[in-house]
Design a protein around this ligand. Structure first.
Ligand code: TA6
Length: 290
């Protein structure tokens, strides 16, 4: 750690070790479990960008509810195996958000603090241990989360993935999403395909996979909630997932407070249709929060 800036210190959330970042631009906290970003507060307005459940579990028995879960090397509960075309039932959202990660780099400059982490276990659930991943988080006026995949094998491999970000909204009833239009798969309506009505408002359980096309790139999204505006920039995705469990689902989740749905909204930079990495190829899925 460069003592000249010394922007990183160790902390914890209950039993989980974390790294705390305090620099000229922001304050933030990331858990080593799951490389899970828990908090990002820009100094410009002092407002927490990320939502974290009051009843989130920090004992490694399940993913942390809130912040930015890292979903890799698959999104959702199924993995469409590239080689065998078999679809397997697997734990939701991959195998890295529920394991310890290690810090492999900290870079501190006046412009930013960059923390890079890698998982401690690869090659699970039939994946090659030559399929590598890293998370590189840059803390500055904005927070950039980069999920890097490297296929160090000699075979192509297909992945799905997501930066499953839970955003803090003042009031879901007065929240509008800008920059997400077009066709989407509605997981609350038997995965039918529908056209997004505008303005994009949330008024019931919402679980939508918006499919990127030449007219809808989803690279710049804004969430306006009463007086708060969150800007989101994304790259390397093929879709964007928008999720709010609403009242009944919130009640049914032990790690989510009953009215939790009122001040959260997931907007996830995601690869839901699948990306094939050729041998030795690298891919980056990026979300920048402002
Ligand atoms: O990204 C939306 C989603 O796939 C929803 O269907 C819901 O399952 C959510 O993720 C949360 O999943 P989790 O496994 O973290 O409870």
């Amino acid at each position: 750690m460069n003592t000249q800036y010394s922007t990183v210190s160790t902390g914890n959330r209950e039993q989980l070790p974390t790294l705390k970042v305090v620099n000229r631009h922001c304050k933030a906290e990331i858990a080593l479990f799951g490389a899970h970003l828990l908090s990002f507060i820009p100094n410009s307005d002092g407002k927490e960008r990320l939502w974290l459940s009051d009843t989130a579990i920090f004992d490694k028995s399940k993913p942390i509810r809130g912040g930015v879960p890292i979903c890799w090397p698959w999104f959702g509960g199924i993995y469409p195996d590239f080689a065998t075309n078999q679809v397997s039932e697997l734990p939701a959202h991959g195998f890295v958000r529920t394991q310890d990660w290690r810090v492999i780099g900290i870079e501190e400059t006046p412009e930013s603090t960059v923390i890079t982490l890698s998982p401690t276990q690869l090659g699970l659930f039939g994946f090659s241990d030559n399929l590598l991943t890293y998370v590189e988080v840059t803390f500055s006026e904005k927070c950039s989360i980069k999920l890097i995949t490297k296929n160090k094998s000699e075979q192509p491999v297909k992945i799905t993935a997501a930066l499953h970000t839970y955003f803090n909204v003042t009031d879901i009833h007065h929240t509008k999403i800008l920059g997400v239009e077009g066709r989407y798969i509605d997981k609350t309506r038997e995965s039918g395909i529908f056209e997004q009505p505008l303005p994009y408002l949330i008024s019931s359980e919402t679980d939508r996979i918006h499919l990127q096309d030449e007219d809808n790139l989803f690279e710049f999204i804004q969430v306006n909630s009463q007086h708060d505006k969150i800007s989101i920039e994304q790259h390397g995705h093929d879709s964007v997932v928008i999720w709010n469990p609403w009242q009944e689902k919130s009640k049914s989740m032990a790690d989510m407070q009953e009215n939790g749905y009122l001040d959260m909204l997931c907007i996830e930079a995601s690869i839901t249709q699948g990306t094939v990495l050729a041998a030795q190829e690298r891919h980056e899925l990026v979300q920048i929060i402002g």
